[in-house]
Each structure stands twice: as C-alpha cells, then as structure tokens.
Design a protein around this ligand. Structure first.
Ligand SMILES: Cc1cc2nc3c(=O)[nH]c(=O)nc-3n(C[C@H](O)[C@H](O)[C@H](O)COP(=O)(O)OP(=O)(O)OC[C@H]3O[C@@H](n4cnc5c(N)ncnc54)[C@H](O)[C@@H]3O)c2cc1C
Length: 346
C-alpha cells in the first residue's frame, strides 16, 4: 500500500521519537517506522526497571533534563557510596573510596520510560512497529520509503538510525554521495560492540559491607561494574560491560571473586550483546573505532537533494554517543525541517 505523509522518521529510538514529537506538535504529519516490536532502540529496560541499554544521564544535559521535566519522569541519583573493588590477575583489592563516584542520575522505571513517554504523546497511528525499512528512493517529487508490506511517500525523511547501521540495512537510491556513504559506513556505533550484563539479587548485600558495587577488572569477562539496584533498594543488582558472547556462569564466578560468596546466588542474570542486534549494529561494528567521525558535518546537514536527515546520537556535536546527543540531534533536525516548507508530496 502506498501512503502519503509529510515526513517519515525511520527508527523509534529516542532521537526518532523526539523528532516526531517536535514535528507533530507543530502540525507536521509524521509516520515513524520502527524495525523492532518496541520503541527505545538502545534504551531497553526490563519490567523491573533494570537497564540493559543506557543507564545514566547527567544534570548538565539540558535536552535530557527538559524531556524528563516535560514528561514528569522521576529521577534518582546513581548509588556511589562506599569503596570500589579492583580485580587483577593476582587477586582482588578494595580501594579506599570510589573513583567512579559521579553525579549521574537514573530514571525510575528505567531509561526506556523516556522513549515510552515520547511515543505516548504522538498522535494515533503515527508509529508503525515491527516494520524494518528496506529501501529509501529519492525522486524529484519526494522520497519513497519501503518496508516489506508498505510504502510511504514523503517530502522529507529522517534516518534516526546509527549511520553505519543504516548503510548496512537500508538500500538508498540513487546512491548517496561517495563522501557521505564513506563517512556513514565508518562512523562507530556508540556502545554497539558492547555486551551488557545485569545480575539481580534479593538484597544489596555489598552496601552493608561498605562497598559501592563498583569495580574495575583486568581479568573479565566484565571490565567495569556498577550498582544498578532498585531506587528503593527493594532488590539489588550489579551491572557490567564486556564484549562478545558471555556466559552467566562466567559472570557469577567473577562477581563471587570480587564481592564474595553472596554474589553466587543471583535471582537472574540478564545478558544483552548489542553487537548481535542487527538494528543497532552493522556486522563489522567492532572494527569501527574512529570516534572523530562523530558529529561530522557531512552527516549533520541535509543530504539526498535536500530530503534526507541523518539524526542518531552519532551525528550530534553536543555529547555524541549519549542520550543528550540523540536529543540534540533531534532538535537540530526538527528545526531544519520546520524551516523548510514541509507540505504533502505532490
Ligand atoms: C549498553 C549501552 C549503555 C549505554 N549507556 C549510556 C548511558 O549510561 N548514558 C547515555 O547517555 N547513553 C548511553 N548509551 C547510549 C544511548 O543509549 C544512545 O545514545 C541512545 O539511546 C541513541 O539513541 P538513537 O535514537 O540515536 O539511536 P538508537 O537507540 O539506536 O535508535 C535507532 C532505532 O532505529 C531502529 N532501526 C534500525 N534500523 C532500522 C530499519 N532498517 N528500519 C526501521 N527502524 C530501524 C532501531 O530498531 C532503533 O529503535 C548506552 C548505550 C548502550 C548500548
């Protein structure tokens, strides 16, 4: 079926949802088309509010704070009190204090609640889930965006997908300029090569022993560990970052070595390998390491005959990689589209 709209937003991560919310608030007709069966992209929270994607925001991140305030979301400070642990091949040491102590905040219900709040504000039928976009054809009369079952014709299209992932999953016709394609293909996907692991416990047992729940490890599989317990400590949880395929038995073994025998009996261990998520990461994600490409002007300005806008966090000049970057990129794109005369395709 061919459907007409002013603007198609590809991707219902936080950047795509924010563009859609800003545009629809100004009366622009928008269709958001999302590959997964959920919103949020790299914001992914379990029903108990534990984050398997982004965890933190920082108080100086103006766009994040604006969205939190605007939607009445509840924030609380990251737990940092106590000592950090340090794991070396020779053994485990307890440091005096916690070098990770930082002013980060978390959201009650998890970071994905930010995406859910934005999605809930969109007009009815704006959002199409479980619909991977396969092709984007730029014509002089507009752009045609195709999924397996539908086609939309729009005046402009927002590619709210990490640029390298868009290049790997979507066919662009005619082919975009060589320098744009080369830059997009080489731009890293922030945290796209990371495996995030959360071990959930009955209690925050480490806190009672004066530990912050944070650790650095030169042994692995987790290299960096933090407390990600419930805001009211009704359950305890530790999370860490590693790479590639990680088994829960390896994780539990490491946590026992660092935090003691009580760490040996988690209620559950959740493991999310983001490199294995085709709508976050391209197959070569681990090889993409040139972070200088973040915020490249080539991807931050309109391409495709003035009709295509790259808009993931990787395209931001302000806090690229962070949620703040995704939101500031969205603000930039929405302003640019509103400055154009957006009308129904002819
Ligand atoms: C493990 C981890 C930890 C992180 N920790 C933090 C943190 O603590 N603080 C912080 O600020 N940031 C953190 N980040 C980064 C943060 O999550 C991202 O900056 C932000 O979520 C990016 O949003 P986005 O909308 O730009 O991209 P994405 O969230 O990647 O959204 C892209 C969307 O496009 C969809 N899509 C892809 N291809 C297609 C297609 N062909 N058709 C239709 N839809 C498609 C995807 O499914 C996805 O929903 C972390 C990320 C990860 C993975």
């Amino acid at each position: 079926m061919l459907l007409a709209t002013d603007c198609v937003v590809i991707g219902a991560g936080i950047s795509g949802l924010r563009v859609a919310q800003l545009l629809t608030a100004q009366g622009v007709d928008v269709q958001v088309v999302e590959a997964r069966d959920r919103v949020g992209g790299r914001l992914l929270s379990s029903p108990s509010g534990v984050d398997l994607g982004a965890t933190w925001f920082w108080p100086n991140e103006a766009d994040v704070v604006e969205v939190i305030d605007r939607f009445g979301l509840s924030a609380f400070p990251q737990y940092v009190a106590g000592n950090m642990m340090f794991q070396l091949p020779q053994g485990v040491q307890q440091l005096d204090g916690n070098p990770f102590a930082q002013q980060a905040g978390r959201l009650v219900g998890g970071m994905q609640s930010m995406a859910s709040a934005l999605a809930a504000e969109l007009p009815e039928d704006t959002l199409r889930l479980s619909s991977p976009v396969r092709s984007v054809d730029v014509h002089d009369f507009g752009v045609v965006v195709a999924t397996d079952s539908d086609q939309w014709q729009a005046a402009v299209v927002v590619i709210a997908v990490p640029p390298a992932t868009a290049m790997a999953r979507i066919e662009f016709l005619p082919v975009l300029p060589t320098d744009v394609v080369a830059t997009a293909r080489q731009t890293p996907v922030w945290m796209g090569a990371v495996t995030k692991v959360v071990a959930v416990y009955e209690t925050t047992f480490w806190r009672q022993r004066g530990l912050a729940g944070s650790a650095m490890s030169h042994v692995g599989p987790l290299r960096e560990i933090h407390d990600i317990s419930a805001p009211d400590a009704s359950f305890g949880a530790l999370f860490g970052f590693g790479r590639g395929h990680i088994r829960d038995t390896e994780v539990v073994g490491q946590l026992v070595e660092i935090f003691g025998a009580e760490a040996g009996h988690p209620n559950r261990v959740e493991i999310h390998d983001w490199s294995d998520s085709p709508y976050t990461s391209p197959p070569n994600v681990a090889d993409l390491t040139d972070y200088e490409l973040f915020g490249s002007p080539l991807l931050g300005s309109v391409v495709g005959d003035g009709r295509l806008y790259f808009t993931s966090t990787e395209t931001a000049t302000d806090a690229p990689g962070h949620i703040q970057g995704a939101l500031s990129a969205a603000r930039r794109t929405a302003a640019a589209i509103l400055a154009q005369t957006v009308g129904p395709p002819v």
